[in-house]
Design a protein around this ligand. Structure first.
Ligand code: FMN
Length: 361
């Protein structure tokens, strides 16, 4: 078999990708107060359609899940309608786009939530640190309510309904955000899941919420349109490594592989200050996972080529360079210089630092 190349087509579930280069999910906080996607977002994603696959920013599947200011939602037909210009803009240029479903759980503040929504988590443990609010600047994270049994079922159902709405909105699939310390990872980790009922305790019960959510989404829209993102050893949102971490992710990968999901997306945030994901664990996940594997975190052209050539991944996810280079695939292919991203405008409203990065001449 020839060495796989970044710029060759790849079949991901039922989606035909033009290349193996994936745009990582990145929150940009440009939705309106109701969490609707607007024309600026269609322009932004359309500009980046030459990625083999775009994974959108984290999108809340329910009002309780919308922990950050100005992030978008996907819990009503109006939300689905608002996303149609985004998916059309990407498809018109031959691109493919999955929506990342992100329930923030305890990484939230009441001021960021729609009226009537609550900060929820597996256990009533407030996240350390602070979160931005538009009304009152930085604030301590909200005090979460531990989900009761019906609350857990409702949270699961919200992901499944959001997956259905995603298809209605024209997305090619969904990525479940089980990384970076948000609700799905809050159930996985014993650091944040201190339950002793059917949803926490031993490994099988900690995995249950994620497994049932993934199987529910797969039953609703087809396993080949569902991917999942994980960040073992991540420290975002007050997460900490724990003794059973390798076993947790190996078991998760085995179970979800059997469910036939389209892909597993493993992010290593050591380039952003987290402990590295051990190479041995990445190799175990590669072995356990029968579907496509995306590796992400800190890649440049050379390290992306190496990971593919060595068979460590099928696809490579790239984040920050896509913020500042809408035409990143062409720049990498032709060895053109890159624009540097401006961190000051990652989450600010409006086009500055969003749709005004130039493509190469
Ligand atoms: C501005 C910004 C927003 C992000 N938002 C998300 C998000 O919504 N969901 C997610 O899974 N990761 C998010 N991430 C993490 C990225 O997907 C990615 O894993 C990280 O940037 C490392 O990849 P890179 O080194 O290629 O940038 C975000 C990163 C940045 C810089």
């Amino acid at each position: 078999m020839s060495t796989p190349s970044l710029f060759e087509p790849f079949t991901l579930g039922r989606a035909k990708l033009a290349s193996r280069l994936v745009m990582n999910p990145m929150t940009r906080s440009r939705a309106d107060a109701e969490g609707l996607a607007g024309p600026l977002m269609a322009e932004y994603y359309g500009q980046r359609a030459s990625a083999g696959l775009i994974v959108t920013e984290g999108v809340a599947p329910s009002p309780d899940g919308k922990g950050y200011a100005r992030i978008p939602g996907l819990w009503s037909p109006r939300h689905a309608e608002s996303w149609k210009p985004v998916t059309s803009a990407v498809h018109a240029k031959g691109g493919r786009i999955f929506v990342q479903l992100m329930h923030c759980g305890r990484i939230a503040h009441p001021l960021n939530l729609p009226a009537g929504a609550r900060v929820v988590a597996p256990s009533a443990l407030r996240a350390p640190g602070q979160i931005h609010t538009d009304a009152q600047g930085m604030q301590p994270h909200g005090e979460p309510v531990a989900l009761d049994g019906p609350g857990v079922e409702a949270a699961k159902a919200a992901f499944v309904e959001a997956a259905r709405l995603a298809v209605e909105a024209g997305f090619d699939g969904v990525e479940l955000h089980a990384a970076n310390g948000y609700l799905l990872e809050q159930f996985l980790s014993p650091v944040t899941n201190r339950r002793d009922d059917a949803w926490g305790g031993d490994l099988g019960r900690r995995l249950r919420f994620v497994l049932e959510t993934a199987r529910g989404a797969a039953a609703a829209i087809g396993a080949d349109r569902v991917g999942i993102r994980v960040s073992p050893y991540g420290v975002n949102g007050g997460m900490e490594p724990y003794a059973e971490v390798d076993d947790t992710y190996r078991t998760l990968a085995r179970e979800l592989s059997a469910a036939g999901l389209a892909y597993l997306h493993v992010v290593d945030h050591s380039a952003m200050g987290a402990p590295p994901v051990p190479e041995a664990l990445k190799a175990d996940l590669r072995r356990e996972w029968k579907g496509a594997l995306i590796l992400a975190g800190g890649f440049d052209r050379a390290s992306a080529d190496r990971a593919l050539a060595e068979g460590r991944a099928d696809l490579i996810g790239v984040g920050r360079p896509f913020i500042s280079n809408p035409d990143l695939p062409r720049r990498w292919r032709e060895g053109l210089p890159l624009n540097a991203p401006d961190m000051g405008t990652f989450f600010t409203p409006g086009p500055k630092g969003y749709t005004d990065y130039p493509a190469a001449a």
